[in-house]
Ligand binder design. Sequence first.
Ligand code: PEP
Ligand code: MG
Length: 591
Amino acid sequence: MSAQTKGEKLFRGIAVSAGICRGKILVLDRAQHVIVKRQLAEAETAVEVGRFEKALVQTRQQISEVQRKLIENMGTKEGDIFEAHLLMLEDRMLVDEVIRTIQEQKVNAESAFHAVSERYAAALAAVDDEYLRERANDMRDLTSRVLDNLLQVRSQVDLRKITEPCILVGHDLSPSMTAQLDKKMVLGFATDIGGKTSHTAIIARSLGIPAVVGLKTASEEFETGDYALLDGYNGTVVVNPTDQTLFEYGQLSRIKASLEEKLQEIQKQPAVTLDGKFIHLSANIEDQNDIEAVIANGAEGVGLFRTEFLFISRDSLPTEEDQYKVYRQVAAALKPHPVIIRTLDLGGDKFASHLQLAQEMNPFLGWRAIRFCLAQPELFRTQLRAILRASAEGNVKLMYPMISGLDELNQANALVEACKAELRAEKIPFDEKLDIGAMVEIPSAALIAETLAKRLKFFSIGSNDLIQYTLAADRTNEKVSHLYEPTHPAILRLIKMTVEAAHQHGIWTGVCGEIAGDPVLAPLLIGLGVDELSAAPPVVPQVKYIVRRLKITEAQELAAFALQCESPSEIYARCQKLARDTAPSLFDSKT
Ligand code: PEP
Ligand code: MG
């Protein structure tokens, strides 16, 4: 059916990365295969066995093809990943058991195969051997491929093989998946689940790729190959858009383009309010490929370098040298501006599959970030040494994530001191005066900000986590996204408390969570006394635009109102009013 005859369909989700794109949809994963158990007549069993055998042959051919291409492009090691799949396909025990089930129980092939393979996978998953447990995943992967063929569902997409720019649609796109994409081939992202601050959304924003999450059923309803328009400003996806819709969005794109020009004009200007208050505007980055975007968007350095992406976009741990090269490159390129390198924040929704960490019931409350690093001192020291060495080449600052109390800070500082002593002994240069700061993203850290401030040179408020932990609302769960309120009075009080403690001890406070890049909320943060805002490079110009039209007195009045107001929505409405009055062109283009 052509796009026109199928008819336009509008889907609403959560806008997480601004921009409009249009193009063909590529559905990455079906949520689940629907397996209907069918009782067969005697005569049908042979047909079902035939279908099963044909699906096995097809699957073998497909896997061999993927394997061949992988070896061609990346070498034997990568190609070997599929060896286990092929061996399983040839496992006579499994194949015979499925055939027997079809013949004896007289059930259809997909139902028999699914039941048997699930039993195999469950048995493997229960074994007390890491290697075999891994094979359970292979088994499930393989099952899914065979079922694709039996049910004639389009086969799973190999992300590295995308050859045409497209809008990626998935139930969820894990950060490790998105980190490995060929970015030139991705026009936009659309997912069933997720929230504004899930890491997939953050990556989309930092790549400047429009994205809509929380679409609930997109991955089931959208068809690969359909044409769609994705609106990352308003959180909608229009499948098979009519000419009228395309025309309206064309206008919106033109309005946005003229705004882009205005933003470009202030690229080199400082972020100073009309009454002369300077706000340090910096950028959040994931790796050295973001350097260009930091400069192009007029950010003054890096307020948050999320180093975990160096760990999850590869198959093994990066060495000290690997890390040093990257940190040094960023520091040298952005000198004299500061580059705040945050130590590893793995866990939560960021995993490195090669580390094979055990699954946890509550990953966001679990073995994450500084907790993980302090328990893995060798891994941590490797990173600390790399950061220290890079500090000789630029204005590097070091920042710990997820500090919840003084003990963690003391332990981390002790490791830094040990690394410094080693480097001194080895006569390797580093910045002796390197500033160390901490993220304030756990309520306990805000509540003991005074204690921490005495021992640090800066704070950076990680509002993404601070909000989820304060309000007990998972940042990645769209079902509780209505509770995830940045203007909740509890959040504002914690920010205020942090800023005050910092200023009393003569140190500065930034915000590097996603609210720092929201022009509606930035004035409130400035009014609360925040000194620095760090945001994804593509949104930095908007924040600068509003700062340059704002008076600090207006921001302070807004903050004073917010601190005595009891209603998050009233506070948000006031923020919106000030932002719209101050910089109408940032907002006058909603459809
Ligand atoms: C935060 O929590 O606000 C933050 C900036 O860190 P991350 O999003 O990487 O958890
Ligand atoms: Mg965080």
